[in-house]
Design a protein around this ligand. Structure first.
Ligand code: KG4
Ligand code: ZN
Length: 340
């Protein structure tokens, strides 16, 4: 995604523009980094212009520029960081760099929206809360004590949950992105396979074993051994088998998530859960979390779950309020492996 957004005071969304190169990635069954960054180079200035136009504002009305410094694909981060550095220098604005993973949480801090595509939350969560960040690159539970202080409680030791959705979709011959397509396919199936939970201890996740369990089950259903190339599997499976595999995978992934959320929230004595990340768009995850009686649950509008600049701008808004230091527009570098 290439996105620009204007946010006031960290919570008021003035405009949001998201351009996706997803159509190109569908052709290859996943994100091709070079295609992504080339598209981003073409789109970034028009997207920034469009965000100003939508908000009926000019660069002179803007008080600060925010950008994702990491983690992520180097080529994509580079386009964002260089554009933001140039804007900050050309228009003499302060520059704020944010961590993409923590920024996802700030989709829950948008409480006013002038953009019709986004329904804001009535209230933002108060601290402390357990942040649950589930995306294509991450799966972690984080105890947020305030805007500055947080502690990562559990994380995935291998694949992220969204990555597992995408890879299982590939095994089943469903198009990219896997998340929504697995859910759609699962609607016609039943949770009949006993897959292993994607958990390794009280807090951490491991989705690669679950993904392999789906592959092995698919192979055994069609009666082929492990040498049968997995790219040929989808054609050999019936629609009913695919739907049952998708439903069993989705149910197991969600069960694993809920167990670890419960463990973390109970042990750290928090009663608020704040969901974020692309996988937070999953309807069953949303419904399951809302049905938990012990917790107050926050989740952003589906349009703010997947990657967008509104949560980046929002987080920077709170950084400014908390007087967190600015970045130097002459030297800010990308951090592809940045951790929370
Ligand atoms: O947060 P995001 O847009 O990008 C990253 O920061 O990774 O998350 C993208 C991920 C993809 O893996 C996609 O399959 C998943 O979010 N996703 C979903 C749904 N919509 C998107 N996963 C499950 N159910 C969905 N409805
Ligand atoms: Zn993301």
């Amino acid at each position: 995604e290439t996105s620009a957004s204007i946010v006031s005071s960290g919570n008021e969304l003035k405009s949001l523009v998201v351009a996706s190169s997803s159509d190109f990635h569908v052709l290859y069954g996943g994100i091709v980094p070079e295609i992504a960054s080339r598209k981003q180079l073409e789109l970034i200035i028009p997207v920034v212009d469009e965000s100003l136009k939508k908000a009926k504002l000019k660069m002179s009305d803007i008080s600060a520029i925010a950008v994702t410094e990491g983690p992520g694909l180097a080529g994509s981060l580079l386009i964002g960081v260089l554009t933001a550095r140039n804007l900050a220098l050309s228009f003499n604005k302060p520059l704020y760099a944010v961590n993409h993973v923590s920024a996802h949480i700030y989709a829950n801090f948008i409480t006013k929206s002038h953009d019709k595509s986004v329904k804001p939350l009535k209230n933002s969560p108060s601290f402390p809360f357990l942040g649950v960040i589930i995306s294509g690159g991450h799966c972690q539970t984080v105890l947020f004590e305030n805007h500055i202080k947080y502690k990562v409680i559990g994380r995935t030791l291998d694949d992220a949950i969204g990555e597992a959705f995408d890879k299982v979709a590939k095994i089943l011959g469903l198009p990219y992105p896997g998340g929504p397509n697995i859910s759609k396919c699962a609607l016609n199936g039943k949770n009949i396979y006993d897959f292993p939970l994607a958990i390794v201890n009280r807090y951490d996740f491991s989705f690669s074993g679950l993904k392999t369990a789906v592959l092995r089950k698919a192979q055994s259903l069609i009666g082929k051994d492990y040498n049968f190339p997995s790219y040929k599997l989808a054609k050999a499976l019936s629609e009913a088998q695919k739907a049952n595999l998708a439903a069993s995978f989705e149910a197991t992934a969600i069960k694993s998530l809920i167990i670890q959320i419960n463990n973390a929230a109970k042990d750290y004595q928090v009663n608020k859960i704040v969901l974020a990340g692309g996988v937070a768009a999953n309807n069953k995850i949303r419904q399951t979390l809302l049905s938990l009686k012990d917790f107050e649950v926050y989740m952003p509008d589906i349009n703010l779950c997947t990657d967008n600049a509104a949560f980046v701008a929002s987080m920077a808004g709170y950084k400014i309020k908390n007087k967190i230091s600015k970045s130097d527009p002459l030297t800010l570098d990308i951090k592809p492996n940045l951790k929370m």
